[in-house]
Design a protein around this ligand. Structure first.
Ligand code: WQD
Length: 342
């Protein structure tokens, strides 16, 4: 039996593959390297001593995907990470985002169904809540108006997968709504490697710490939060990876659709993160206060109680661990995977 991992060389995918391999499961990765590099496979092998089977295939390529399933009849489940995920870019290139994220997911599900594989764990996002009606957010809270095509694709794919279950109750669908994944594997061998100027807070902070950028831009200090800066639920990527193991274990025993918030339940502000990073690493993070970033909200953090009660999962790492591990990855790989050796 083996598990298909789409987007398995990406940031969250690679950490999840490591956890599955270390548990002794067999993995087949499909990735088109649109936002990742082949060296990630070497790094996964260095960490785990095992090399996952790999196909460089675009999920929108139905024939290519058909070949993956035909050559791996032992596939029994899929963890679906692959997708375009840059919020800003999605507003510039909506058609690209809708085409890619929808077509890849539809092609994947059609191919799975044809091969009798009806179990999928999907990477959704807290972005589906829009501006939340309250915090901490529960899974049953209303889904909000999304503010960008990326978020829209997450909401619609959740509905598509739910409709698949309605039509064929033999499917098992687990929708994991990630909060803000950060940090890196403790080996420092895999981590987040954004292209160009990082959009997200953590990679920006680690690049400032490395001297690649002079200071952090803090987007707004007039939010309705304890210090005026935006509050988010940062979660260590290894905790997040482990949630997939628990979600798949559960999906192996039940059918239907289930949705889980995957966060720590604790919200930290931008300035909390800056302070925690400085304390954890001894490095100074100079910053300036800039205007708000359009579309940002005051606070977003999870009520993760459902994941604990049903999956038996909860986050184990704290903000200090996230800062220390993100910093280790960036220090060991100042240019990410660019020019990196195995
Ligand atoms: C966190 C906080 C910023 C950068 C986004 C997507 C979401 C997602 C994760 C995608 C906010 C502030 C940031 C900086 C700053 N999933 N900030 N300076 O906005 O919660 O979520 O990324 O794959 O869908 O919306 O995360 O890390 O961008 O921002 O002050 O340089 O840090 O304003 O308060 P966000 P983030």
């Amino acid at each position: 039996m083996s598990i298909l991992v789409t987007g398995g060389t990406g940031f969250i995918g690679s950490h999840t593959v490591v956890e599955f391999l270390e548990r002794g499961e067999d993995i087949v990765i499909v990735d088109n390297f649109c936002n990742s590099k082949p060296v990630v496979l070497d790094r996964i092998e260095r960490i785990t001593g095992r090399r996952p089977k790999f196909y460089e295939v675009d999920l929108c390529d139905a024939e290519g995907l058909e070949r993956v399933f035909a050559e791996n009849p032992e596939l029994e489940s899929c963890i679906h990470f692959a997708g375009l995920k840059a919020v800003g870019e999605s507003t510039q290139k909506p058609l690209l985002y809708y085409r890619n994220n929808f077509l890849s997911t539809l092609t994947l599900c059609e191919t799975m169904a044809r091969h009798g594989v009806k179990r999928i764990v999907f990477s959704s996002s807290a972005t589906v809540y829009g501006d939340p009606e309250r915090v901490p957010i529960r899974e049953t809270d209303r889904l909000g108006q999304t503010t960008n095509p990326y978020g829209e694709t997450k909401q619609v794919i959740e509905r598509i997968l739910s409709d698949v279950v309605k039509a064929d109750p033999a499917w098992s669908v687990s929708l994991l709504r990630y909060f803000n994944p950060v940090g890196a594997h403790k080996s420092g061998l895999i981590g987040e490697d954004p292209k160009g100027i990082p959009n997200n807070l953590f990679p920006y902070v680690t690049q400032v710490a490395e001297g690649r950028r002079p200071f952090l831009h803090v987007y707004g200090n007039d939010y309705n939060t304890h210090d005026g800066t935006g509050v988010r639920d940062y979660i260590h990527v290894v905790d997040l990876a482990r949630a997939h193991l628990k979600a798949l274990d559960r999906a192996r025993t039940v059918t239907g659709v289930e949705v889980f918030n995957i966060g720590t339940g604790v919200g930290y502000s931008v300035l909390d993160v800056v302070k925690a990073f400085e304390t954890a690493t001894g490095k100074k993070i100079p910053y300036v206060i800039d205007p708000r970033r359009p579309g940002d909200i005051d606070a977003c953090y999870a009520d993760p109680a459902k994941a604990l009660s049903i999956l038996g999962w909860q986050a184990e790492y704290d903000l200090t661990d996230m800062c220390r591990d993100a910093n280790r990855w960036q220090s060991m790989n100042p240019n990410g995977y660019d020019g990196a050796d195995a």
